[in-house]
Each structure stands twice: as C-alpha cells, then as structure tokens.
Design a protein. Structure first.
Length: 589
C-alpha cells in the first residue's frame, strides 16, 4: 500500500504520546470522563487551590488578548491595584489552557486539559529525551514512568495546581545543555525555554532551572577547553533573567506596599521551620524528588554495569547522561533541602543559609521541596541511563537480539510494577511500611457554577461584587474566596473577595466589614471605600440567625440599601441602591 511506510513511521513517532495519554487516563480514571464538569479532589487543598489556578489562567488568557498592559490589575481584592502579583502567575499553563478555554468557554475543561495534558507531555518529553540520549525506547519508558509515578505529581501537589503539570521543558533543557554550545546562537536557543519553564511559578521554578544550568555554566567556565561555551551559557541565563525581571518588579512593588507581607497569608508555617531529616528526606514522603527502592536498585545495577563497561573499554551507550543525570539530581536535591537539616542525631546548617543574603528568592521559599522537580528530572535520566547500561552489559555477554529485547521488556515491566505498587500502596515510609491504600477511583469534585437566573442578572448589572458568607479566621479562609473567583471566570465582575499566596493589608479590614453584612454601617463603609454594587449570598451556608437577617436587609431612603435582584433556591443576589450613585446616573446625559 503506497505511503504505508510513512504512516508507520508517523505512528511510531506519536506512540509515546499516545501511550502516556492512555497511562495517565488510567491512573486518573474517572477524571477523563468528567473533564467538563469536575476537578481533582485528592486532598483538602483541592477545595481551593485548583480554583485559584484555573481563575488565574482564565484571567490571564482574557487580559493578554484585551488589555495586556493592565495584566497586573487582576479583579480580586477590589480595589487593590496590582492584585495579580499577590500570588502565582501560572503563565506556563497558558499554551494548553488558553486555546481550550477560547474554543470551549469551559474553564473546567481547560484546567483538566492543562493538568492531564501537562502530565502526558512531561512524561513524553522525559521519554523522548532519554530515548535520544540512550537509543533505547525501553530506557525512555523506565525514565518517564519513574517520574510520573510519583505521588507528588498525581496525588499530592500538582492536582492542586494544574499549571504545575507543565514541566515538560525541564528534560528538554537537560538534553539541550548536555554538550557545550559551539556558537552564541545555539546558546541563545535556551533563553525562551528557560523563560517558559520559569513561568510555571516564578518563585520555585527559577531555582530548579537556573540552579543546574548555572552550576553547569560555572563548571565549564573553570575548564579552559569549555570556558567560551560556559560564558555563552551564562550569557543565555542572564538574558533569561532580564526577560523575567519586569515580573519580579511586580512582586517587588507588592512587597514594598506591604511591609508586613509575611503575616498577610493563610500559610504562615514554612517548611523551613522543620529541618529535613537526612537521608530520609530522599527516601520517604510526598516530595517531587524521591528515590524509590526500584529506582535505587536500578541505578545501583546500572552503575555496576557502567564500571564493567569501562573495564572492558566499551563505548558508553549514553554519552554525558550519567554526568547530567547526577548534575540535575544533585543540584535539584540540594536546593530542595531546608537551610537546616537533621543528620546523624544533630542539626547542621547547609550552604543554603549562605545563599539567602545574596539571592533574595531563597528568603521566600516557603516550601523548598518544590525545587526538587529538577532532581526529579535528574532521577529520570539516571534510571534511563542505568537501564541502557544494563542492556549494553547483557549485549556484551553475547545475548541475542530477541533475548536482549525480552530482557529489556522484563526489566522495564519489573520497574514499572514496583513503582506502581509503591504509588498504589501510598508509599510514604521506606523501605516497606505503606500508609492507607490509594482509592481505586481517582477522587473528583464538581466544579462551581453560576445558577442561570443569577448569571442573567449579573450580565446586565455592572460593578464590584461580594460573595457571602466568608467563613472563619476573620473572613480570610480560602474556601469561599476561591469559589467566588471561579464564579468570576463566568461573570467577570471585580471581586471584593480574593484568595492568593498573600492578601493586601486592607483585605482583612474589608472582610471584617463584609462579615457584618447586612448591617447598615458596614454596608455604608463598603460602598464608600470599594464602590460595592452587588452581593451574592449563599443562604444555605449561613447559620439560622444569619438567614433571618438577610430576609429583611437594610433599606433606607438616604443611605445605601440592598434590594433583591435575582434568586435561585438558596442563592440570593442583591443590588446595592446608593442615593449618591443613582443621583449621578440621573444627572448624566
């Protein structure tokens, strides 16, 4: 059949992508069946963090198309300027999220596409890089599944922040930097890739990217034979920092406007307050960089095979792979530590304490373990090259091609099964005390929606909106605020509500007033200071006395009042009638 060879070649090229698509779908089933209406719910932070991540990507998608110069002025914490820079930007999720949102107008589908698609692309990139490095598809499978079958990726943190699934540039960077660049043009190719991956999270990803690449540039500068290439790499990293600088300026402005910013958050406990215990930190727990028994055994066998290969004087199956795997694993693993560690019964300061005064970003790493994604890439490279070394050793022993292929499949299958058993058994304690077993079905939660009657009323009633009730902790708990932000993706009103990494200094004061509604004095103050126009009340979440208060909200002739605008069951929407505002409207032409 004409063209059948080309078709077969194309299918082979896309086989890893399709294979990891099926694998991720199986691991997260039944989420792929409900991608248009549900989000992951693997643990408690899924109540609010995926809602924030989805909101910020939806806002950025529309803002970049309509008013890119006002991107910083996100419509939360109204009327706070520059509200976007109180939290993560999540810009690296937009290449997947934005086209889906614009095509379907469904933020839930777009968020799930970013989460699931990001996992698939990250595994595929890991596979392709290791396969190119080693020439072995089996090694690619071992590397990709070792990275993917990490609870942090599928269960712990990434489901709460779907834009974090887009880590596929990390293995590409490791592969692209494996050889010294012979020209400035080749070095500059790294700049957009470094910038893109840093956009995943401008706090945690830059150390994961610049750390290994910076160490590599420094090592090359020290060697006369690679000094020019090291300088080219350092120049590329410097240019990437210049591109990122305006975004860091946004964060700096927020910090300057909030001297007590560290206290303006729901997350005041830092991981750094609990010194990491070594070596347990690399062997137990839901961290992005974690050795499983299978990966340790495989790397050890691969190292033995590599020593045997060197004694035999044979050509390495994957030049540069061991060195770069160790570079990314070592630097990523080191940067993911706390400044103080616990080792052999005593506490020790790490060199990270020396970096804090010189590199400001290390002062604000609340969860330094996230930087370990660089180590995760290094681990993938190491298990992949170890697999190729073992196959090469078997080939040197005279194993025939068919037997060699079968041995490779058995090895890959054993590693895959061992890693999956560790994942499925909730493997937090090494070397063999599992926690509660994972559920057979991946947990999901319905995505928040705006009832149709309220949606119609909101479409014709402009102005800032407040959703009530707020919950405890002075009205700053994230649950209700995150739901309000998810609703705002549809109605696009500025919100007095807000949830982010930090909140503005005036936010608790405004929420204290909001919690007093429908009190007349509180309403007066909010109208005066924020221009509040709409109040959405979830009556079923109010205590009995609170429900009674909303049956007859304030209604005065000369002061702001609350008038019913729309209702849907226990969902009530009120409009603020302000005499001053109505007088201004009446006098306008």
């Amino acid at each position: 059949m004409p063209g059948s060879g080309a078709l077969t070649t194309r299918l082979r090229a896309f086989a890893p992508l399709l294979g990891y698509l099926a694998f991720v779908a199986w691991l997260t089933w039944p989420l792929p069946m409900v991608v248009t209406a549900a989000l992951p719910f693997t643990h408690a932070p899924c109540r609010f963090d995926p809602l924030y991540s989805t909101w910020v990507m939806a806002y950025e998608t529309r803002a970049l198309l309509t008013a890119p110069l006002r991107l910083a002025d996100a419509p939360i914490f109204h009327p706070t300027p520059g509200a976007l820079f109180y939290g993560q930007l999540a810009l690296a999720g937009l290449p997947i999220f934005a086209p889906v949102l614009l095509a379907t107008r469904n933020p839930t589908l777009a968020a799930n596409a970013t989460f699931l698609g990001g996992l698939v692309l990250t595994a595929t990139a890991m596979h392709v890089v290791v396969r190119r490095w080693t020439g072995s598809a089996i090694a690619g499978v071992v590397a990709a599944t070792t990275v993917l079958l990490n609870q942090w990726m599928l269960w712990d943190f990434v489901p709460t922040a779907p834009h974090w699934a887009t880590l596929y540039a990390l293995p590409i960077l490791a592969f692209a930097a494996r050889r010294p660049a012979t020209s400035l043009r080749r070095a500059l190719v790294l700049v957009p890739v470094v910038v893109f991956q840093s956009f995943t999270d401008l706090v945690y990803l830059p150390p994961a990217v610049f750390g290994p690449l910076g160490a590599l540039a420094g090592w090359r500068v020290l060697r006369p034979s690679t000094r020019a290439a090291g300088l080219r790499l350092a120049l590329a990293l410097g240019l990437a920092l210049l591109v990122l600088a305006p975004f860091y300026l946004g964060y700096r402005n927020v910090r300057a406007a909030n001297p007590n910013l560290a206290q303006q958050t729901s997350w005041r406990t830092s991981e750094a307050a609990f010194p990491a215990a070594l070596p347990q930190r690399y062997l137990t727990g839901p961290w992005p960089f974690l050795f499983t028994p299978a990966s340790l055994a495989l790397i050890a066998l691969g190292a033995v095979a590599a020593l045997d290969r060197r004694r035999a004087g044979a050509t390495p199956p994957a030049p540069y792979a061991w060195e770069h795997g160790l570079l990314w694993a070592g630097v990523g693993g080191f940067l993911s530590l706390t400044p103080v560690v616990f080792f052999h019964g005593s506490f020790h300061h790490t060199p990270l304490t020396l970096l804090q005064p010189w590199i400001p970003i290390f002062e604000i790493l609340r969860v330094p373990s996230r930087v370990g994604v660089a180590g995760q890439v290094g681990l993938g490279i190491l298990v992949g090259v170890a697999t190729s070394e073992i196959r090469a050793a078997l080939a040197r022993r005279g194993l025939r091609a068919a037997s060699l292929a079968a041995a490779g499949l058995v090895l890959a299958g054993a590693v895959l099964v061992a890693n999956y058993r560790a994942y499925a058994a909730n493997y937090h304690v090494w070397p063999g005390e599992p926690g509660p077993a994972m559920p057979r079905r991946y947990p999901t939660q319905p995505a928040p929606t705006v009832p149709a009657p309220l949606s119609a009323a909101l479409a014709t009633s402009p102005g800032p909106l407040l959703e009530l009730p707020l919950g405890g902790q002075g009205g700053t708990l994230p649950d209700q605020h995150a739901r309000a932000m998810y609703h705002a993706i549809a109605h696009r009103h500025p919100l007095l509500n807000g949830y982010s990494s930090y909140w503005p200094a005036a936010f608790p004061v405004r929420m204290a007033l909001a919690a007093r509604l429908p009190d007349q004095d509180a309403l007066d103050a909010l109208v005066r200071t924020t221009g509040l126009t709409l109040v959405w009340v979830h009556r079923d979440r109010l205590p009995p006395d609170g429900r009674a208060a909303w049956e007859q909200p304030p209604h005065g002739a000369d002061r702001p009042s609350l008038a019913p605008l729309a209702a849907s069951g226990d969902e009530l929407l009120f409009v603020v009638r302000s005499p001053a505002h109505e007088a201004a409207q009446a006098s306008s032409p």
